[in-house]
Write a protein that binds this ligand. Structure first.
Ligand code: SF4
Length: 431
């Protein structure tokens, strides 16, 4: 009846959303989020259990010389270019190592007024030189640029353009963007569309590091929303949304088309709007709970990257598309996970250390995300049928330790969380 009455009348203008077109039906479970985030933050602060001995990459790899009081501006410039190198799919540890090596060999590239006049060819040669020093065998053919290899030409162009933009808009010092502001959105508004490859996630990461090294004032930040964060939130049902079948995709190249085995799986397209909406929700939610994004973001990232990634149900298998490229061909089906013979013979079952396994409801492999930009639900979480109980819940000998895994960031004994004299409010070790 009411609908009939409205017919023929002028439609009211729609209220403008801050982030247009997030997936319809996207919902946040604040009750679960509260429980999980509080636990994560507490464990991260105390480096308890699965976080024992972990050190954030920026604490480990940012050159020590730059942490001197007198070199604050150089440190800002270093972190600015470091944040911009954290592009989709890049291994963060590799990117940190390569950036440190690049700075060692070519510190001029981190000075915006010099970098803006550096030819792309010279930048590429410098990156290859740094990568060759790090990986002498891999670089023999002179083609490899380590963590910067993906779209290296674009990377070189963006580096130069971003250096020029930093000089033009902020006088070469990104701290200018934060003068007198008190919120993340306000600061983002000042840099939006000024830099190539700097959207909310990368800017939040940079802001977090600047706060961590006490280079700018502290204000509340959202969670850093990347694949790892989204996977964990979706597995835990902290975010829920109606998923649609992955489908065949739009590629006209037969080899790029999605495998039949995957097409029916429920999937969620990871759009900019989704990321922004989750970030915006998390900022308000953390503020309400009195939690720091630093603790929650780091804990989420490490947990998904180390533990969720090691879960066999989160594995995917690819077929080769040439010498160096591949595409996801299948995920692990339920029936394979139900019997012990379906699992790898030397399976380590790291999920048994996870404090959130009871609420883990979904399997989300990384392969489809990096190939198709979708979170794919491969099925429900199935516990390893050959599980044995952990002997010691405090120290986790099976987790990677420094030097044994290329992705490892774990060190013994647990390091001091504060290594920089300028550090303070956000990162104080638990008393
Ligand atoms: S149970 Fe395993 S897959 Fe699930 S959240 Fe924990 S570590 Fe990740």
């Amino acid at each position: 009846m009411a609908e009939k009455k409205l017919r023929g009348k002028k439609r009211l203008p729609r209220q403008k959303s801050l982030f247009p077109s997030p997936p319809s039906g996207l919902q946040f479970n604040n009750f679960l989020a509260g429980k999980v985030f509080h636990t994560l933050a507490r464990m991260w602060q105390g480096r308890d259990g699965i976080f024992s001995g972990l050190q954030a990459p920026q604490q480990r790899d940012v050159p020590k010389e730059l942490r001197e009081e007198t070199r604050a501006q150089e440190l800002c410039q270093y972190l600015f270019f470091q944040a911009l190198s954290m592009r989709g799919g890049v291994n963060s540890d590799d990117a940190f190592h390569l950036t440190a090596e690049l700075w060692n060999m070519h510190p001029e590239l981190f000075c915006p007024s010099k970098a803006m006049t550096t030819e792309e060819k010279a930048f590429i040669a410098a990156v290859k030189e740094a990568a060759a020093k790090m990986h002498p065998l891999l670089s023999e053919k002179g083609k490899r640029a380590g963590a910067y290899s993906y779209l290296l030409g674009e990377h070189a162009r963006h580096w130069r353009e971003n250096a020029a933009a930093l000089v033009k808009h902020f006088d070469g010092d990104i701290r200018t963007a934060y003068h007198g502001i008190s919120s993340f959105e306000e600061s983002f508004g000042r840099v939006e569309k000024k830099f190539k490859g700097m959207r909310r996630k990368i800017f939040a990461l940079l802001t977090m590091w600047l706060q961590e090294f006490s280079l700018i004032e502290g204000f509340p930040l959202p969670v850093i929303v990347d694949f790892h964060c989204l996977r964990f939130l979706a597995q835990q049902r902290i975010i829920t949304v109606k998923m649609k079948p992955l489908g065949p995709g739009k590629s006209t190249r037969p080899e790029r088309q999605r495998a039949r085995a995957l097409q029916k799986l429920p999937a969620l397209h990871v759009t900019e709007a989704l990321i922004n909406t989750v970030m915006s929700w998390s900022e308000g939610f953390l503020k309400t709970c009195g939690l720091s994004s630093y603790d929650v973001s780091h804990a989420l990232w490490f947990l998904s990257r180390e533990l969720c990634a090691s879960y066999y149900g989160n594995r995917s298998f690819a077929r080769q598309l040439g010498l160096r490229r591949s595409i996801t061909a299948r995920v692990v089906p339920d029936k394979e996970l139900k019997t012990i013979s379906g699992w790898p013979k030397t399976y380590k079952d790291l999920c048994r250390y996870c404090p959130f396994e009871n609420t883990c409801k979904m399997r989300i492999p990384a392969g489809p995300y990096f190939d198709f930009g979708r979170l794919v639900n491969a099925g429900r979480h199935i516990v390893y049928p050959g599980r044995s109980l952990p002997l010691d819940s405090r120290w986790l000998p099976e987790l990677p330790v420094a030097g044994k895994s290329p992705r490892s960031v774990r060190q013994k004994p647990p390091p001091d969380k504060v290594t920089n004299s300028r550090q303070g409010f956000l990162f104080a070790p638990p008393s």
